[in-house]
Design a protein around this ligand. Structure first.
Ligand code: DQA
Length: 142
């Protein structure tokens, strides 16, 4: 099984960014944790990240052409307003799980709405780095 992890805007600032909300670990720490989990589970995993909407759309399309079996995406704030990312996910047959480190439904109102959720097979929010692992497990066990 081959899974693509896509991280969106501002997630490069993890560790520095609002540690009370997102924790003290960097994205590289989190990716190492995901990599170890996947090594153990014999899952091939590939990571990409961008602050730019178009790059994320290209990465979603490419995941299909590169024959990934699933995508786990943390689209950051794009989650709440990017119809283009919704359409990119809808446009390919690769099952996609939306994940968030923080509990988006317990935060500011603008975070309660995910416009990408209808294009995803499910949403996982509020479990820190475990949200990514839960997303991978959801894809593995479908
Ligand atoms: C986030 C939640 C979003 O609302 C926010 O804009 C982010 C991170 C999360 O992982 O909790 O950038 O996706």
């Amino acid at each position: 099984m081959k899974i693509k992890i896509i991280n969106g805007p501002n997630l490069n600032l993890l560790g520095l960014r609002e540690p009370d909300v997102y924790g003290a670990e960097t994205l590289s720490d989190i990716n190492d944790y995901i990599q170890s989990f996947c090594d153990e589970a014999e899952i091939e995993v590939n990571f990409s990240r961008s602050n730019h909407e178009g790059d994320i759309i290209d990465q979603i399309h490419q995941a299909h052409f590169d024959k990934f079996d699933g995508i786990v995406i943390n689209a950051g704030a794009f989650t709440h307003y990017s119809y283009a990312i919704h359409d990119a996910i809808s446009g390919i047959p690769v099952p996609t799980v939306e994940v968030h480190l923080s509990a988006i439904h317990q935060r500011e109102e603008f975070r309660h709405k995910s416009v990408i959720a209808p294009a995803c097979i499910g949403q996982i929010s509020g479990f820190g780095k475990e949200s990514y692992i839960l997303g991978i497990l959801a894809l593995q066990n479908r």
